[in-house]
Design a protein around this ligand. Structure first.
Ligand code: PHE
Length: 445
């Protein structure tokens, strides 16, 4: 395995930007705002923050540990760290297969957002009759060629970034795209909050309502936090393998979680107030981004056409860029694996991943049921299973001294030294139990 000339991120900031870029995506834009609103507003946000700190953060740090210590792709990392343990051979490809599946349909959704970005540039929503605009999405997904072409173009552009490599591709792209995303979403949220009637949306998102909190709220919060932090998919293991030995894994985790949460909240403030101002019911998933939001722009277009057009363009640009920074992290998992496993060049590995995701995604592009099935099984079963394996591996298979050495950089980092027992306890006892509960709740709640 090519350890000597393995690529690395150039700086700490680059690591955080790349990881936060992976974390910030459609999960923040179309699931968080809805879940938060439906599951008790600020009450949900508190539970979500607790789930992130006590469960996702230890899982995240464990993935970085596996990557950084093995300096290896996600498929071989655990075997490299524990070669004598046979069990891990059976599951080793899971962290490569899961991201390939997710990348395939994620790229289809990225393609839809690109299509909507082009439509916004042509002022299609601004000029449309609000009553008819929701049908645009239906027309798009039922078109025999459009979603397919958009998916392939979106995947191609994302793959080309990965062709550039860790430093000149992923790092460079994340360095400008992440700040751009924050600027865009803040601008849109200010605009959205200032619309007449917007306060109902802010209230929906943030007013604490403990009566909507049920046992399933906890499962939703944990599941969403995992998905949003890109856990259980080999991406953080892979990015972790490019992290320098001098980096502070704990603070990388805290920074990524912080950016991710901040973005989710601001995205909620960009989306929900506008939806309420337009007088429609909030929803989640494709319906929110591709039906409700265009309606908002069409309504605004009746009185303020220029502003509506500008905000529509900025909004869909945000969706496109957020989806792309996540997609490149998924593609990189497969690429790193092929490069190391089969000693292929980066470009050849990228071509192979492009072909595989292109084909699987093509099925999703023409048949929404395939997309839904892949999404459901990847996010509710596979990634939770993988996160469980990660926790067991770092908590029970790796030696405690090794884990401690990674977290504290051999005792050099004072805060991680102090907090190590807390991390280790959460990792071994709280995280596995919580993960099993989320898993079971998917079937019974
Ligand atoms: N975290 C991303 C989101 O919130 C999804 C994702 C999962 C991206 C796994 C990469 C890897 O949309």
């Amino acid at each position: 395995m090519a350890t000597a000339k393995r690529e690395k991120f150039g700086s700490r900031i680059a690591v955080i930007f790349a990881m936060a870029g992976s974390a910030i995506g459609l999960g923040n834009l179309w699931r968080f705002p809805y879940l938060a609103g439906e599951q008790g507003g600020a009450a949900f946000v508190i539970i979500y923050i607790a789930a992130t700190i006590f469960i996702s953060l230890p899982v995240f740090m464990s993935e970085v540990i596996i990557g950084r210590r093995s300096r290896c792709n996600a498929g071989d990392a655990m075997i490299k760290l524990a070669p004598e343990k046979k069990f891990w051979r059976y599951v080793k490809y899971l962290p490569v297969i899961i991201p390939i599946i997710i990348a395939s349909y994620y790229s289809v959704i990225g393609g839809w957002s690109m299509d909507f970005f082009f439509r916004s540039c042509a002022m299609q929503f601004t000029k449309a009759d609000p009553a008819s605009v929701a049908s645009v999405f239906g027309e798009l997904v039922s078109s025999p060629w459009r979603p397919l072409v958009m998916h392939l173009v979106f995947l191609l552009v994302s793959t080309l970034i990965v062709v550039g490599g860790v430093k000149s591709g992923i790092e460079k792209f994340s360095k400008w795209s992440l700040p751009l995303l924050f600027v865009l979403v803040v601008v849109i949220s200010i605009y959205s909050i200032c619309l007449p009637g917007a306060s109902a949306g802010v209230e929906y998102l943030l007013k604490p309502d403990f009566s909507s909190v049920t046992p399933s709220t906890f499962a939703y919060a944990m599941g969403q936090s995992f998905y949003s932090m890109s856990l259980g998919m080999g991406t953080i293991i892979t990015y972790g393998s490019y992290v320098s030995k001098k980096d502070n894994i704990m603070s990388d985790g805290v920074a990524t979680a912080g950016f991710d949460l901040f973005f989710a909240l601001i995205a909620g403030l960009a989306v929900m107030p506008a939806v309420f101002a337009a007088g429609i019911e909030p929803g989640s998933g494709p319906g929110l981004i591709f039906q409700s939001i265009p309606y908002v722009f069409a309504k605004m277009g009746e009185t303020m056409p220029v502003l509506s057009a500008v905000v529509a363009i900025l909004f869909f640009l945000t969706v496109v860029v957020a989806a792309m920074t996540s997609l490149i992290s998924l593609i990189e998992v497969g690429v790193a694996f092929l490069m190391e496993k089969f000693a292929l060049s980066r470009i050849k590995s990228c071509c192979i991943v492009f072909l595989i995701c292109g084909v699987i995604g093509a099925f999703c592009a023409v048949d929404g049921t395939v997309l839904d099935v892949l999404d459901w099984s990847a996010s509710n079963i596979l990634l939770i299973l993988m996160a469980f394996l990660v926790v067991i591996f770092v908590g029970f298979v790796m030696k405690k001294e090794d884990v401690k050495a990674e977290i504290t950089n051999n005792g050099e980092l004072p805060t991680p030294v102090k907090l190590f027992p807390v991390y280790y306890f959460l990792l071994r006892w709280i995280a596995p139990i919580a993960i099993v509960l989320i898993f079971v709740s998917n079937f019974i709640l």
